[in-house]
Design a protein. Structure first.
Lengths: 332, 294, 384
């Protein structure tokens, strides 16, 4: 099923793409007003960061069909490169952000160059190995990264001043959410353009059948490297935001299990669509928070829910929405 | 002095490596037959360790009975995960779904064990771990001797089963070519069930063998499983002989990295080797006809 | 002294305390305590034991009232990690609105929470994180009742050099904030005194088999002391491996293993003969002859059917310290903070508390040196 067909199925006729983005922007604007309090507003920011991570992985996995278990490494590289530039060299935030994104993207391309010959679980384990090594380097290269000693008091992005208006300080959690969510929406827009362009078709062709794609004259290796670069760069952007948002950086945040959490977000949402991972990320971020009420058993319930979703809703939330939509007669 | 240290670290590495082999063999068997990864394998190891602990304590120090109990618990878990996860998902035909589902099972099992057994480490003392032999400047415990003996016996039995029994031959046939197995007139579902049960029984038994070595908490298996993945790859996915060699190799890497570099660098060396293997010899240490993955 | 007696009374006989200080105040006045503790993952090791100490303290306090106040508690799982900990803290502050917080155990998590509680102006009492930064410079709302890594490390290194006549040492430590920090302080102090560090061996928390590390240590020549910074699980394996390798006294070797406050009471029984000769500091000595400790140990045994660990005792003292400031007149977050800062002579089961200007407890009587005897019992060395 192509992305276009699914989005036609999910969105009824009145939800054209442009209206969709407008609605998304309105929802983002309204959310901090509906969910008040520091706790819920910062949960929103975590959702936005996780959406970025899931979108990046989905581009590699869902569109180019490359099973990447190393997303946690790109996440961590983005976080550490940008933070070290800011705290050690005094590089301005947005320059450090760009460097973090570029470094993560480059790391993704290097890994892909190595790994393009591999497929399926071999690629999965190679990328997992890359994530293990990255984590261990962050942990052991104490002179550079502080390792487990951690980096503290990482400043928020600098305030934006627009003449005639009060300065927008990102110490305010709502402003920070708008910033992260705004960038996430922009990334979504760019990826959406990409996957509906000839590039998207090329990637899907490689995913569906690499041999016939190659016989059509597509340089499959090059495009896989491209997909890894884009997905890893998006993961790196999430890492930059993570560091400035939490203010504390320790390597444990980028342990390999983080890769599985991101993978679960993509699968639960519905891989190979862009809207699916958005909802998958939001669901799996908020579920453990909502389950805090359950007390000590919350992660047990989380694991059970994850298993049940995969067993009974293998196409993810997107497929479920499509089934429900069809039942209600909303789609044409 | 130096020669003694080298000999001692070789002993240490082989003892640890044979434990890794027990855990990795199950993973590699499942991969060979199903082309699937069972993430909950780590927790089967942990549950096997706890089963051995409780049976041993209930029966007044009968470690060998504890091993048998762990084996049975592992087999039962394998049967259960096949019924609930692998069999239903195989009909849906997506290779990623079982991976995610078993991650869910793993999270669930770890936290169930946390609620049940608590987070305080258990001291698993077998009657054999206090008995230390000192030979030519080296030392090893009776427990290590038992670990090597049990691992070697298990590996030999498994090998004989695969090579000489009809079912074992069928398993290897499925691993190489599904259609051939169909031609042999064997229900592939039965074979898959058998594979998962055997693999999980190995995990449980591995848990019982590891228990005196591990820091026994609900997270014990999780600390071993990442290395087991590396072993499976270095050995060549689905290749039993390769897995045995790779397991011993990783054990030796671990002891010699500790001696001459730094324990913090073990994972970097192991996974660096893994990436090099994937780049230059992706079929594993021992080549086999599995070119389709490369 | 009067306070000390009252506190003994409170912990042992809540009834008498209520008559003495409870009075006839309004019944629904409560002090809300928030607990940020790791309840999931490997860090649950801390959280589950802290919870027992807290429950015992609250049960005793709430039999009556303190200055007309009852105590309620809300736990949040802070998972020993910065992001979950800051989420847990924000949730607690937004929804439960505590007057005072206790937690976290892991230094990274505590450091991540500190700016949040400072902004909310709610005091936090910490008993488990040793990183220097927490109280140096720290912030006005964060209090620590146990010695920091420098106080512990300087003391252990000096005692090793002076009392044990140690001149060579090998450092074994987990690669965590606390492990690296403690080992560094030992090294600096020991070298300044004239001792020699033969090797510094750090390892991740996922290392299980310590035979290789013990082999390496055995090949390093004559070692006097082996300061070891790990939690209980890895600590057991290290001690046994060092004994098997014939390095330490427990394995008929010459070296003495030195330990930190991280190991609980009962460690020796789990480690067996290998622990013989181990010298370590404990922050809680259940064999302490003070009445307060005896009462605590017997009440704990009655409730949980096991001996209390230092984690149980620390959590108990954290709650009792809160009760102490309430007794001194504190009634909300700000007054609890102010009263806490003035604490000069609180006496708990782990020792006494007096905060310096950075809210760090300066009392060293919380450090007790113990030597493990061949029958696995403790001999108090009375070095402090």
């Amino acid at each position: 099923m192509s992305d276009a067909a699914i989005s036609r199925a999910v969105h009824p006729w009145w939800a054209s793409r442009r209206l969709g983005f407008l609605a998304a922007a309105l929802v983002i604007a309204a959310l901090p007003m509906m969910l008040t309090g520091n706790y819920w507003q910062t949960n929103l920011t975590i959702c936005a960061i996780n959406v970025l991570l899931a979108l990046g992985l989905d581009f590699i996995l869902g569109y180019a069909g490359q099973l990447n278990l190393g997303q946690s490494a790109f996440y961590g590289l983005g976080a550490y490169v940008s933070t070290l530039l800011i705290t050690r060299l005094g590089v301005p935030f947005w320059a450090a952000f760009a460097a973090g994104v570029a470094f993560a993207g480059l790391a993704g391309m290097i890994l892909a160059t190595f790994a393009v010959r591999l497929r399926g679980h071999y690629l999965a384990i190679a990328s997992l190995g890359f994530a293990v090594i990255t984590y261990q380097i962050l942990l052991n290269w104490i002179n550079l990264t502080q390792g487990p000693l951690g980096i503290y008091a990482i400043p928020p992005p600098p305030a934006i001043t627009i003449p005639g208006l009060p300065a927008i300080s990102f110490r305010n959690p709502v402003a920070l959410f708008y910033l992260v969510a705004g960038v996430t929406l922009l990334v979504y827009f760019i990826l959406d353009q990409l996957v509906r362009s000839p590039i998207g078709e090329t990637l899907t062709a490689i995913r569906e059948d690499e041999v016939s794609a190659a016989s059509l004259g597509i340089n499959t290796a090059l495009w896989k490297v491209f997909a890894f670069g884009v997905g890893a760069a998006v993961g790196g952007a999430a890492g930059c935001f993570y560091a400035t948002f939490v203010g504390t950086l320790v390597p444990d945040a980028f342990f390999i299990t983080e890769s599985f959490t991101i993978l679960a977000m993509v699968i639960v949402g519905g891989m190979g669509t862009l809207i699916g991972p958005v909802f998958g990320a939001v669901l799996l971020t908020l579920l453990p928070e909502v389950l805090r009420g359950v007390g000590d058993l919350r992660l047990m319930v989380y694991g059970a829910v994850l298993t049940l979703v995969v067993l009974f809703m293998p196409g993810g939330l997107v497929q479920a929405a499509r089934v429900v939509g069809a039942r209600l007669g909303l789609s044409r | 002095m130096t020669a003694t240290i080298v000999a001692q670290q070789a002993i240490n590495g082989i003892v640890l490596g044979s434990l890794y082999v027990l855990v990795a063999l199950g993973l590699t068997l499942i991969y060979g037959v199903l082309v699937q990864i069972n993430f909950a394998h780590a927790d089967f190891v942990t549950l096997g360790a706890f089963a051995a602990y409780f049976v041993m304590h209930a029966l007044g120090g009968q470690y060998l009975l504890g091993i048998v109990a762990a084996l049975l618990v592992g087999a039962a878990l394998g049967w259960a995960i096949n019924i609930t996860v692998f069999a239903p998902l195989r009909r849906k035909g997506n290779e990623l779904l079982p991976l995610i589902a078993t991650i869910g099972v793993s999270v669930m099992l770890q936290n169930a064990m946390l609620a049940w057994f608590g987070p305080v480490p258990y001291a698993f003392e077998t009657p054999y771990s206090q008995k230390v032999f000192r030979v030519a400047g080296t030392f090893f415990t009776l427990q290590s001797v038992i670990i090597i003996a049990v691992s070697a016996t298990t590996i030999a039995l498994l090998y004989a089963f695969m090579k000489f029994t009809f079912l074992g031959k069928a398993l290897r046939a499925v691993a190489q070519d599904r259609e051939t197995a169909g031609l042999m007139g064997i229900n592939p579902n039965t074979l898959i069930m058998l594979t998962i049960v055997i693999s999980s029984a190995l995990a449980g038994m591995g848990g019982a063998m590891l228990a005196p070595v591990l820091v026994l908490t609900p997270f014990a298996g999780a600390s071993v499983i990442v290395k087991a993945f590396a072993i499976v790859i270095i050995g060549g996915f689905g290749n039993v002989e390769g897995t045995i060699l790779a397991g011993l190799l990783v054990g030796l890497i671990e002891s010699f990295t500790t001696q001459y570099l730094d324990p913090g660098l073990i994972d970097i060396v192991v996974f660096g080797l893994l990436l090099l293997m994937l780049a230059f010899r992706p079929t594993g240490l021992i080549s086999e006809r599995r070119e389709e993955n490369v | 002294m009067r306070q000390q007696h009252l506190l003994v009374a409170t912990s042992a006989l809540g009834l008498i305390a209520s008559v003495a200080i409870g009075g006839a105040n309004a019944q629904d006045k409560t002090i809300k305590i928030g607990a940020l503790l790791p309840m999931s993952g490997p860090g649950a090791y801390f959280g589950s034991q802290d919870k027992q100490g807290i429950e015992l303290a609250l049960e005793q306090l709430n039999k009556s009232m303190v200055n007309g106040y009852k105590f309620t508690i809300q736990y949040e799982d802070s998972a020993c990690s910065p992001l979950p900990a800051s989420q847990a803290a924000k949730r607690l502050l937004d929804q439960y609105k505590p007057d005072v917080i206790i937690g976290e155990e892991c230094s990274d998590a505590t450091l991540a929470i500190m700016p949040i509680i400072e902004q909310a102006k709610v005091p936090m009492i910490n008993a488990g994180s040793s990183a220097l930064k927490i109280t140096d410079p720290g912030n006005p709302y964060t209090f620590r009742i146990m010695p920091n890594e420098v106080m512990q490390g300087v003391d252990i290194a000096s005692q090793a050099y002076n009392k044990l006549n140690a001149r060579t040492a090998v450092l074994l430590f987990e690669n965590t904030n606390a492990g690296i920090g403690n080992a560094k302080v030992f090294k600096e102090t020991f070298e300044k005194l004239g001792g020699k560090i033969l090797a510094e061996i750090g390892f991740g928390r996922d290392v299980n088999d310590f035979t290789s590390i013990a082999t390496r240590v055995a090949g390093l020549g004559k070692i006097d002391v082996i300061p070891t910074y790990t939690l209980e699980g890895q600590g057991l394996k290290i001690t046994q491996a060092l004994a098997q390798a014939g390095v330490v006294k427990g394995g008929d070797g010459p070296a003495i293993q030195l330990g930190t406050i991280w190991l609980p009471f009962g460690f020796e029984q789990k480690a067996g003969k290998a622990a013989t000769g181990y010298v370590r500091i404990v922050q809680f000595d259940p064999t302490d002859p003070r009445d307060m400790v005896k009462n605590f140990v017997s009440a704990f045994k009655a409730k949980f059917n096991s001996d209390p660990t230092h984690l149980n005792a620390h959590a108990y003292d954290q709650i009792m310290l809160i009760a102490d400031v309430v007794k001194r007149g504190a009634k909300d977050a700000q007054s609890i903070r102010d009263m806490l800062a003035q604490t000069k002579s609180f006496v708990g089961v782990t020792g006494s508390v007096e905060f310096d200007k950075n809210n760090q407890n300066v009392k060293m009587d919380t450090i007790h040196y113990m030597e493990t005897q061949p029958d696995l019992s403790w001999k108090a060395l009375k070095w402090n």
